[in-house]
Design a protein around this ligand. Sequence first.
Ligand code: COA
Length: 261
Amino acid sequence: MSEFNNLELTIDEGVLTITVNRPDKMNALNLATVEELRTAIQRVYDDSEIHGVIITGAGDKAFVAGADIKEIAELNEVNARKFAENGQEVFAQIENCHKPVIAAVNGFALGGGCELAMACHIRVAIHSAKFGQPEVNLGIIPGYGGTQRLTHLVGKGKALELMMTGEMIPAEEARSLGLVNHVAQSAEELKNKCQDLIRRITAKAPLAIGMVIDCVNAVHRPEENGYQTEANNFASCCKSDDFREGTAAFIEKRKPEFKGV
Ligand code: COA
């Protein structure tokens, strides 16, 4: 996995941990890092040995403190559109992944970092983490999906307040808004909580997990009838071996052994 210069990838019993590894730059996402994220997530799609993902940041200060401001400073109208579309595409790849992706937010999650965390399916934050969309301080707006995902997660009023003031909020407030699922008191607790969650999810029927993700994401695909997607995905589950195993195990009062088919 050494083709990565800005990410560190480790795999442990089917759980891939992707660590954004630019601690001296607060793990800011330069374009090279975004492309490495694309490659890493593609690997998650392709590799049947990977069952779930945890995304975190190197060091103890930042998860990701945004897109790289030095690169942003060089943008013009034409390449800025491409810049935003490119990041949106990679983050959509994360959001639409049928394997669970958890953000272990170990520090600042600002701008593109907050957007990266929001593209993950679940967010767990250390109590000292800070969330924010400070782009207006730079004369821009969120460009990696933040205007949409933040509004979906916390509602219009609070999303507007956060994006228009550009101010940071602490992890507990983020939790109370629904931006964060859980708050951990230490780095160790953060790691354990993420591991525990991902193990609990990956113990379930993988196809069903993928279908839950797809149905929930359908809420935000306006061209699609989410109820129809749910019925279709429900039907798909019912032709799987795991469906037969899950129901048989319940009736036989034993633990199911899911195979993902
Ligand atoms: N892009 C590029 N470099 C960044 C960065 C970003 N988004 N965020 C931090 N860095 C760099 C700093 O330039 C500094 O580099 P240097 O040592 O070469 O000067 C290094 O990371 C450490 O950051 P510093 O600001 O000195 O740390 P701090 O503890 O005082 O403050 C933050 C931490 C996260 C509050 C502050 O760095 C910050 O506000 N970053 C920008 C956040 C932002 O606006 N993100 C949205 C971008 S669209």
